[in-house]
Ligand binder design. Structure first.
Ligand SMILES: C[S@@+](CC[C@H](N)C(=O)[O-])C[C@H]1O[C@@H](n2cnc3c(N)ncnc32)[C@H](O)[C@@H]1O
Length: 225
């Protein structure tokens, strides 16, 4: 994986073997804020005032979504339990260069926060990183990860695109996501392909097609029935 710059000035990573980036080349931070914070975390928090969400991310990668969720938790004042599953952790020589801290506005000591996200041990349960942010990290493939059914309120579904890593968009994985979510829980993703939407519906979700992040026409939010 190598460090690249996207059009909003924020970093992303590029996997040479897959010929695929970790984020939209139009802007990593603006995509994350749109797909996972605005249409995921914030929409859920507005629907569930006073509740404290458990969030699952597939996969944790650069830690960008975790960092922006920590910032959003402080803005909303609700405590978050965040589970990040990742098959291929980003090494320190790469994550230490990521410029995401300079894109936060509401997270004191954001560089320290990003380092804490990456330094949290794998497979040892939840760690309290801040008054409103608890993190557990699982170093494994999502397909092989055992998580508590009906525990999660939000799934950030941030796998590589279906044409690069089709196995993660298969019905079996979507059914697993459905089993992990509570009724009314959200799954958000940048992908809005027709087959994916049909499979998401068949897995037990109501499917909403929403405007995509800048540079992309559409995104999807599934609501667990
Ligand atoms: C599109 S990138 C997004 C990463 C992250 N959300 C971010 O913002 O940096 C997809 C991530 O899924 C991870 N991944 C790939 N296959 C996986 C699997 N089977 N289980 C869990 N994570 C996986 C990759 O290593 C990569 O970090």
């Amino acid at each position: 994986m190598k460090l690249i710059l996207t059009d909003d000035g924020s970093h992303s990573l590029y996997r040479e073997d897959l010929k695929e980036g970790y984020h939209s080349h139009h802007g990593a931070v603006q995509e994350s804020r749109h797909v996972f914070i605005k249409h995921g975390f914030t929409a859920w928090a507005e629907n569930n005032p006073g509740r404290e969400p458990a969030i699952l991310e597939l996969g944790l990668g650069t830690g960008l979504n975790a960092l922006l969720t920590w910032e959003a938790a402080l803005a909303h004042g609700n405590r978050v339990r965040y589970s990040g599953v990742e098959a291929h952790p980003v090494p320190e020589e790469i994550w230490s260069q990521l410029n995401y801290p300079q894109f936060t506005t509401n997270l004191p000591e954001a560089a320290h926060a990003l380092a804490e996200i990456h330094r949290t041990p794998w497979d040892e349960g939840y760690f309290t990183l801040g008054s409103l942010f608890q993190l557990e990290k699982r170093k494994s493939k999502i397909e092989a990860t055992t998580l508590t059914e009906g525990f999660f309120d939000l799934v950030y579904f941030d796998a590589f695109a279906p044409n690069k890593q089709g196995e993660l968009w298969e019905p079996a994985v979507l059914e697993k996501m459905a089993s992990l979510l509570r009724t009314g829980g959200f799954l958000t993703t940048y992908c809005a392909k027709g087959q994916f939407k049909r499979d998401l519906k068949a897995a037990g979700f109501t499917v909403e097609t929403l405007p995509g992040a800048p540079g992309k026409a559409e995104m999807v939010r599934g609501v667990r029935q």
